[in-house]
Write a protein that binds this ligand. Structure first.
Ligand code: P1T
Length: 393
C-alpha cells in the first residue's frame, strides 16, 4: 500500500525478534526467554551480587523486555513499568514542587487527571496548551518549566504535533521533552530520533497487542535520566510482573506485521466513513483531509488503527451506533488484535472537566475506533450496518 509516509528503514523486525534475546545468556540456552518468577536472588556475600538482588529492583525477564524495547526505538535504555500511567508518573516525578510542566491540551484522560488532581496537589504547576500551535507552546514555557509533555497523535482528537519543531523550542529553553508514543509505536514513529528526550508508552496497547496485559515503558538515551528513572521505578514500586514482561516481549515479535494491517484496515474504514452521509468529520492522520497530514508524512513511517470521527447528531445517534456494532466491541482501550469502539466523553475522557471537554470538542458525537485485524469487509459491513441503525432512529 502506498501511503506517502517516510520509508521505514530496514532492520526493525530483526530487532523485535532478537534484540536482548540471545539464548546464550541463560544456562538452558532456550530460544524463548524464560520467566523468572523468583522475588529474590542468592547473594555471594552480604550485599555482594552480580546483577540482581530483589525482583522489584531488577528481574531478568524484565531486562530482556527492556533491552528489546530500547532497541526498537534505537535507544540506549528502556524501563518497564506497571502501567502506562505508572511510566507517566515516573516521568512527572522527576519534577520538584514549584516546577512547571507544559502539557498538550488533548491527552489521555488519565494523564490529564494525574496532572490536574495529583501532581498539582504535590506542588507541580502546569499549563495545558494546543501543541499544534508552536507559538503557544513557546509562550507557555516559563522560567520554572522543566518538562514539555505531548502525545502525537493525541488521544482522542488525533492532532499531530510537530515533534522536531517542539524539540527545538525545548532545546532553546533547556526544557525536557517527553512524547507519549502509544498510538504509533516505534514501528511508525521514533520520537528520540526527532529530538525528544524521553518516549513513554502504554504497552497495554499495540506493543503487547493482545489486550491481556497492562504495562508501560520509558525509552531514552540519557544515562543520567535513566538512573533517576530507574531509581523512581524501584523506589515508587511501579514495576510490572515477570509474566507480563514475558507476554509483552512475545507481542513485540509480531508488532511490525500487526501495525501494517492495523494501518491498512483503519485507512479503509476511515475512507468508508469519510464518504458516508451520516458522518460529520473523520480525524485520521493518514488521510489528506487531516489538518496535520503533511506533518504526519514528514515525521512518521505510517499510521496505526486508532482514529476518531464525529457522527451526525448527538448522544442518541452515538449510542445507537455503538450498541448496534456486532463485531467491533464497545470498550475502552485500543491497540489489540480486536476492533473496539468507544465514546470518549463518558468513557476514557470522562474525568476531564466538562467545560474543558466542550472546548476541545470531546462531545457526545465524538466516537473513537480502534480498528483491529479482522477481515476488512466484515468491519466495513459492521460499521455500515450500525450507522444505518443510527440514521433510522
Ligand atoms: O492504561 P495504561 O497502560 O496505564 O496507559 C495509560 C495511557 C497512556 N497514554 C495513552 C496515549 C493512553 O491512551 C493510555 C491509556 N488509554 C486508554 C485506556 C484509552 O482507552 O485511551
Amino acid at each position: 500500500m502506498t501511503t506517502g509516509f517516510k520509508k521505514q528503514p530496514k532492520g526493525f523486525a530483526t530487532k523485535a525478534i532478537h534484540a536482548g534475546q540471545n539464548p546464550l545468556q541463560w544456562s538452558s540456552k532456550s530460544i524463548v526467554p524464560p520467566i523468572y518468577l523468583s522475588t529474590t536472588y542468592k547473594q555471594d556475600g552480604p550485599g555482594e551480587y552480580e546483577s540482581y538482588d530483589y525482583s522489584r529492583s531488577g528481574n531478568p525477564t524484565r531486562t530482556v523486555l527492556e533491552k528489546c524495547l530500547a532497541a526498537l526505538d534505537g535507544a540506549e535504555y528502556g524501563l518497564a513499568f506497571a502501567s502506562g500511567l505508572g511510566a507517566t508518573t515516573a516521568i512527572f516525578s522527576l519534577l520538584n514542587a514549584g516546577d512547571h510542566l507544559v502539557v498538550g491540551d488533548d491527552v489521555y484522560g488519565g494523564t490529564s487527571r494525574l496532572i490536574r488532581q495529583i501532581m498539582s496537589r504535590l506542588g507541580i504547576e502546569h499549563t495545558f496548551v494546543d501543541a499544534t500551535d508552536l507559538a503557544a507552546v513557546g509562550s507557555a514555557i516559563q522560567a520554572n518549566t522543566k518538562l514539555v509533555w505531548v502525545e502525537s497523535p493525541t488521544n482522542p482528537l488525533m492532532k499531530v504535533v510537530d515533534i522536531i519543531k517542539i524539540s527545538q523550542i525545548c532545546n532553546k529553553n533547556k526544557v525536557l521533552l517527553a512524547v507519549d508514543n502509544t498510538f504509533l509505536t516505534p514501528y511508525f514513529q521514533r520520537p528520540l530520533e526527532l529530538g525528544a528526550d524521553m518516549v513513554c508508552y502504554s504497552l497495554t496497547k499495540y506493543m503487547n497487542g493482545h489486550s491481556d496485559v497492562v504495562m508501560g515503558a520509558i525509552i531514552l538515551n540519557s544515562e543520567d535520566l535513566y538512573n533517576r528513572l530507574k531509581f523512581l521505578q524501584n523506589s515508587m514500586g511501579i514495576v510490572p510482573s515477570p509474566f507480563d514482561c514475558y507476554q509483552v516481549n512475545r507481542g513485540l515479535k509480531t508488532l511490525h506485521i500487526r501495525m501494517e494491517l492495523h494501518q491498512k484496515n483503519s485507512i479503509a474504514v476511515a475512507k468508508f466513513l469519510e464518504g458516508h452521509p451520516f458522518v460529520e468529520k473523520v480525524m485520521h492522520p493518514a488521510l489528506p483531509s487531516h489538518p496535520q497530514h503533511q506533518i504526519a508524512l514528514k515525521q512518521t513511517y505510517g499510521y496505526s488503527g486508532v482514529f476518531s470521527f464525529y457522527i451526525k447528531g448527538g448522544l442518541e445517534q452515538s449510542k445507537a451506533f455503538l450498541q448496534n456494532l456486532k463485531i467491533i466491541a464497545l470498550a475502552e482501550s485500543l491497540g489489540g488484535y480486536e476492533s473496539l469502539a468507544e465514546l470518549p466523553e463518558v468513557m476514557t475522557h470522562a474525568s476531564i472537566p466538562e467545560e474543558i471537554r466542550k472546548k476541545l470538542g470531546i462531545n457526545a458525537a465524538l466516537i473513537r475506533l480502534s480498528i483491529g485485524l479482522e477481515d476488512i469487509d466484515d468491519l466495513i459491513q459492521d460499521v455500515e450496518n450500525a450507522l444505518s441503525k443510527a440514521m433510522n432512529l
